[in-house]
Design a protein around this ligand. Structure first.
Ligand SMILES: *Cc1c(COP(=O)(O)O)cnc(C)c1O
Length: 421
């Protein structure tokens, strides 16, 4: 069964008026929607306290970060640059934990300022130990199982390089004792899935790691709370997956006399549904009776690369420019404006184009790409074809819509080039 997708938080008049005021393409974020998601995350079931860290790589605009900070949410940074960016947005160093695939070059400075370090490999732990013997440290484990929508979003199990493999405990303990490190947190983050059974298993394993280090006071279960973007996709019920984990924390306290604090690190969950990308249909193409009808938008993988990268689906909602009511529907392949055959918004994982049932759409109509709050603006193939970085606006609780990132001026695209000829 296919149904036509609907706008998530804007109405048609708002889409038209934002397009009219700012032009397209434009990312539109909603303060109210983000705050709602923050509240849901902050009520994640827990036995002995909860920290929520925002995985800022999902959407790092300073205004989005400010909304999080005002809600009492902390930061999960994935690189040294993200640490600096969060600080520039107003977060104190002490509210940031860094979990980085690459050993941060500024780590000495960060630790002195109070940033928490999550060691993601034995080598990272060794490097940290050399720099900070006797210091507290968090350890990221790969518990040997993952939960992801696709292989590309799965960050646990043998195919994943993220975290210290769970069977490396002897090597890990040797480094910890060599440098007198104090393991105060154990951490897992296994990817973007929604299976409660997997979450329960992960909580179980993570608590086993907590058992092995008496100094552990906090257990982080990471992020990866899947969000349904399309009408037929389901979102993770945080209460449902959190409840069994909470019980395990209670049992742990009864058995070991240690009340562990829970930490979670949602990225997707906090922002995915809280933004739309308003675009204009630039062209319509068809490839004959046996072919397809294409809608070409004035945006592309340079604004949202998720469909090209892993066949992710986003609702595509036609908003007629002239406000006419449309009852006729049509199957379209919706493509981006980049000169790249993979720039297709309706495709299977692997690249095969698929059609999408939409309201009949004309050149000049608006199409709102919904649920683009996470890993779209932040993860795009920005500046491909020299298309400038897309502008962003925020709908404030007051109802006002403010520009929070302007469209990139052309010169900024090539300002770091050095002419030698
Ligand atoms: C990316 C990331 C997250 C957030 O993942 P989501 O799927 O966006 O919830 C949390 N923790 C770490 C360590 C990450 O790298």
């Amino acid at each position: 069964m296919t149904s036509i997708e609907k706008l998530k938080f804007l109405n048609e008049d708002q889409v038209r008026s934002i397009a009219g005021e700012f032009g397209t393409p434009v990312f539109v974020y909603s303060q109210a929607e983000i705050e709602k998601k923050c509240d849901e995350a902050l009520s994640f079931p827990n036995a002995f306290g909860l920290n929520v860290r925002y995985a800022m790589k999902a959407s790092p605009n300073a205004n989005v970060l400010k909304i999080m900070q005002n809600k009492g949410i902390l930061i999960d940074a994935s690189s040294e640059y993200e640490v600096h960016r969060a600080v520039a947005a107003g977060f104190p160093y002490s509210s940031i934990m860094i979990t980085s695939q690459q050993f941060p070059k500024d780590l000495k400075f960060f630790i002195e300022k109070g940033v928490e370090f999550n060691a993601c490999s034995l080598q990272q732990l060794e490097e940290f130990g050399k720099l900070f013997p006797g210091h507290t440290v968090s350890i990221r484990f790969n518990p040997g199982l993952g939960s992801g929508h696709t292989k590309k979003t799965d960050v646990g199990g043998v195919t994943s390089s993220f975290g210290i493999w769970h069977e490396k405990m002897p090597e890990l303990k040797a480094i910890v004792s060599k440098y007198n490190l104090v393991v105060n947190k154990v951490h897992t983050h296994i990817g973007s899935g929604s299976d409660p059974e997997v979450w329960k298993a992960v909580a179980h394993y993570t608590l086993e790691y907590a058992e092995m280090f008496k100094s552990v006071t906090t257990v982080s279960l990471g992020g990866g709370y899947k969000v349904g973007r399309m009408a037929d996709e389901k979102s993770t019920d945080l209460q449902l997956i959190g409840k069994p984990a909470k019980e395990l924390f209670v049992q742990f306290a009864e058995k070991h006399g240690r009340k562990l604090k829970l930490e979670i690190e949602p990225g997707t969950y906090l922002v995915a549904l809280c933004a739309s990308l308003i675009t204009t249909v630039d062209d319509k193409i068809d490839t004959g009776a046996k072919g397809f009808r294409f809608l070409k938008l004035d945006t592309g993988m340079d604004a949202n690369t998720r469909p090209s990268l892993y066949g992710a689906k986003h609702p595509l909602v036609t908003v007629p420019k002239d406000g006419r009511s449309v009852t006729k529907t049509e199957e379209y392949v919706v493509v981006g404006h980049c000169c790249e055959s993979g720039d297709v918004f309706t495709q299977k994982e692997g690249g095969e184009p698929i059609t999408r049932l939409m309201a009949e759409t004309n050149v000049g109509d608006l199409v709102s790409m919904e649920a683009v709050g996470a890993y779209c603006s932040s993860m795009s193939t920005k500046n491909y074809n020299s298309f400038p970085e897309t502008q962003e606006v925020l709908v404030l609780n007051s109802g006002e819509t403010k520009l929070i990132r302007k469209k990139q001026p052309l010169e900024d695209i090539y300002k770091n080039e050095i002419k030698v000829l």
